[in-house]
Design a protein around this ligand. Structure first.
Ligand SMILES: Nc1ncnc2c1ncn2[C@@H]1O[C@H](COP(=O)(O)OP(=O)(O)OP(=O)(O)O)[C@@H](O)[C@H]1O
Length: 315
């Protein structure tokens, strides 16, 4: 379990993390999302005791990182895969980490095998490709067999096979009951890997919910209906009572005979078609992607946004 309470970090005038309160639970993969500069790395660094909070606190298994006797046995992390001695072999790098944390040397061979680096363990880490460096970083995180794991952009630089491997590894670590907290900018990957999401923007908490709930909150969820009597059906739907307070029914005529309805469940669209005697040729749900839901959530929190060329001409 990772516990954050009113966690805050200021660098001069910049508030990198602001009043963050949340729990990252065991047995789940929790994705940590947010635009560039949102404060993800700063949060992870504070959890690991690498940055001192300006306010609030971060606990791992109920204790601050500094109070952990054998930190690597309680929390493993991949923050910056490039942060290792380039002249050392992968094996010697891991052996040095093991020795300083009271971890048996045979564990090094186990994690080398887990990440698929046994064959190159004697090579200088400095000669590793980006993907091999990521695997070595992950091996270091797993070394102490910790209950809590944190990965900052673990699939960065990995080929599709490597990305799948990381996804399966995260899932299996969570299935073993560990706490897995992973940051990423790859929404499609997070949709496949994570159970829950924590989304921050400009240092503030924007969402802390199961992936399905985050996606369900998107206005891009809709019902597609095709009917030769689409105009009649559209009229009926537009005058339908909204399903709840604050909800709004919107009907878009996307093609001849095809409507996209937001704000009403599929069953009610079907019943409306029946009520006006409109034959239904298609009735289906259009699900938002996590990327769409994420873009809506973080739209106003993007710190380093670029304008889209031609956006004014083609709104
Ligand atoms: N050591 C530092 N000194 C001053 N400002 C810092 C420092 N570290 C981070 N910041 C600032 O804090 C904010 C949050 O940065 P952080 O690296 O935590 O964001 P992030 O969400 O990890 O971004 P990215 O997705 O780009 O990695 C940014 O505005 C950044 O410029």
């Amino acid at each position: 379990m990772i516990t954050l309470r009113r966690l805050t970090k200021r660098y001069g005038d910049t508030t990198a993390v602001r009043d963050l309160t949340l729990d990252v639970a065991p047995g789940l993969v929790t994705g940590f999302l947010g635009p560039n500069g949102a404060g993800k790395s700063t949060t992870m660094r504070m959890i690991l005791g690498l940055d001192r909070p300006t306010g609030g606190h971060a606990l791992v298994g109920g204790r601050p990182y500094a109070a952990l006797r054998h930190p690597l046995r309680e929390v493993g992390a991949l923050l910056d895969a490039g942060a290792l001695h380039p002249g050392r072999s992968a094996r010697r790098h891991l052996l040095a980490m093991a020795r300083s944390n009271g971890i048996a040397a045979r564990r090094v061979e186990e994690v080398l095998a887990t990440v698929g680096l046994e064959g190159v363990a004697g090579r200088r880490a400095g000669s590793f490709s980006l993907g091999m460096g990521q695997r070595l970083g992950i091996a270091g995180a797993l070394l102490g067999d910790p209950a809590v794991l944190m990965f900052d952009e673990p699939v960065n630089g990995l080929d599709p096979d490597g990305v799948r491997w990381v996804r399966r590894l995260m899932r299996s670590l969570a299935a073993e009951g560990r706490t897995v907290f992973v940051s990423s900018h790859l929404m499609s990957e997070m949709q496949l890997t994570a159970d829950r999401l924590v989304v921050i923007g400009k240092g503030r908490l924007i969402a802390d919910a199961p992936v399905a709930e985050v996606i369900a909150g998107s206005s891009r969820n809709a019902v597609r209906v095709r009917s030769p009597h689409a105009p009649r059906l559209a009229e009926r739907l537009e005058t339908a009572p909204a399903p709840g307070p604050g909800a709004k029914v919107e009907v878009a005529r996307v093609a001849d005979g095809e409507l996209l309805v937001t704000g009403l469940p599929l069953e009610e669209v079907g019943m409306a078609a029946h009520a006006v005697g409109a034959p239904v040729l298609e009735l289906s749900e259009v699900k938002a992607s996590l990327e769409e839901a994420y873009m809506e959530l973080t739209g106003t929190s993007v710190e380093y946004g670029a304008s889209t060329p031609g956006a004014e001409r083609h709104p």
